[in-house]
Design a protein around this ligand. Structure first.
Ligand code: NAP
Length: 315
């Protein structure tokens, strides 16, 4: 498994990252442990969770599943999503952030977080306050690196300049939805990240499984899958999505690739991407995703895939 550097930091992570948002919601603790074990066996070193996933169970399951392998991996978690009904149970204020960090450390059963993401922009809190609090957390040893998520391009640049002006830690990465079915970030976010030396860690890289080819147009989603379990995700199986998938299947057939290899390989070919975060509900999925990470697409394949799925490519 390839290890890559995260932006202009010294942190290295595996090309395949395990997304743990299924833990405590779609899957229980035993299944989560099996997925983590398969990931460790495949050489995955990046494990991504959040305080809000599974109401906190995702962090708990991940912490226990890693056990004595904790030091071998990079544990990424997030603060800022709503985790309770109170006025201080969300956001990026100093008050919430310090409490959220303590709660995540407790649930993860660790004394430090490697990569700590601000899950969403918080228009109520100045960037100075959040970055200075993250700086204090890094100095105290509770956090190693800070990162953002779901920020607009201008918010990434703003945070970079605030960090430089204040001499605080900076966001080394941003987590963003990016896949062959959703390429919206390429207009503003990716150029901002390249300019600032911030890595882009794509989430929903398989469009919740649509880019594995297991869903078919006009047919109900197979039982036990994410789209069968969630109407919110099922809404993403649009005619437009299937039109793009048809184009990709045609390219894959010509090139002797699978759809999964195109989906992961295309993101892996983007210079700004250190790791592709893929969620899994079963060990076999992790094995397939790790195998897809071994495939290096040719320049011609990347160009064909880029052209077929470019924003506005559909009539
Ligand atoms: P995803 O990676 O696009 O889809 C993962 C789902 O696809 C799995 O749960 C599984 O679903 C299916 N799958 C995975 N590998 C497969 C394979 N080889 N063959 C067939 N099906 C396969 O989406 P995601 O897991 O939601 O996103 C990845 C991670 O990004 C999350 O776990 C989370 O850590 C992070 N994330 C972050 C944000 C944010 O706001 N920062 C938002 C969303 C996600 P089923 O088995 O259930 O069908």
């Amino acid at each position: 498994m390839d290890l890559r550097v995260v932006g202009s930091s010294g942190l290295q992570v595996s090309l395949l990252g395990l997304g743990c948002n299924n833990f405590g919601s779609r899957i229980g603790e035993d299944a989560a442990h099996a997925v983590v074990r398969a990931s460790l066996d495949a050489g995955v070193t990046l494990f991504d969770t959040a305080d809000s996933y599974g109401g906190g169970l995702s962090e708990e399951f991940l912490g226990r599943a890693l056990g004595d392998r904790r030091e071998d991996v990079v544990v990424a978690t997030k603060f800022g999503a709503r985790v309770g009904d109170g006025p201080y149970d969300a956001g990026a204020s100093r008050k919430h952030l310090l409490a959220a960090c303590e709660a995540s450390l407790r649930r993860l059963g660790t004394d430090y977080i490697d990569l700590y993401y601000q899950h969403f922009p918080d228009p109520m809190t100045p960037a100075e306050e959040t970055l200075e609090t993250l700086d204090a957390l890094v100095r105290s040893g509770k956090v190693r690196y800070a990162a953002s998520s779901n920020f607009a391009g201008w918010e990434i640049v703003e945070a970079e300049h605030v960090a430089r002006a204040r001499g605080t830690v900076r966001f080394v990465a941003t987590q963003q939805e990016w896949s062959l079915l959703e390429r919206g970030i390429e207009a503003e976010v990716v150029p901002a990240c390249v300019a600032c030396g911030v890595a882009v860690v794509p989430y929903f890289p398989l469009a919740s499984g649509l880019l594995t080819g297991k869903y078919e147009r006009g047919r109900p989603p197979p039982e036990g899958t994410r789209l069968a379990a969630s109407p919110r995700f099922a809404e993403r199986a649009t005619d437009q999505a299937f039109e793009l998938i048809d184009r990709l299947e045609a390219i894959a057939a010509r090139a002797g690739r699978t759809l999964l290899e195109l989906a992961i390989g295309w993101l892996a070919a983007q210079g700004v991407v250190p790791s592709v975060l893929v969620g899994a509900t079963r060990p076999e999925q992790v094995e397939a995703n790790a195998a897809a990470c071994e495939v290096v697409l040719s320049a011609e394949e990347i160009a064909a895939v880029s052209e077929a799925t470019a924003p506005g490519a559909l009539p």
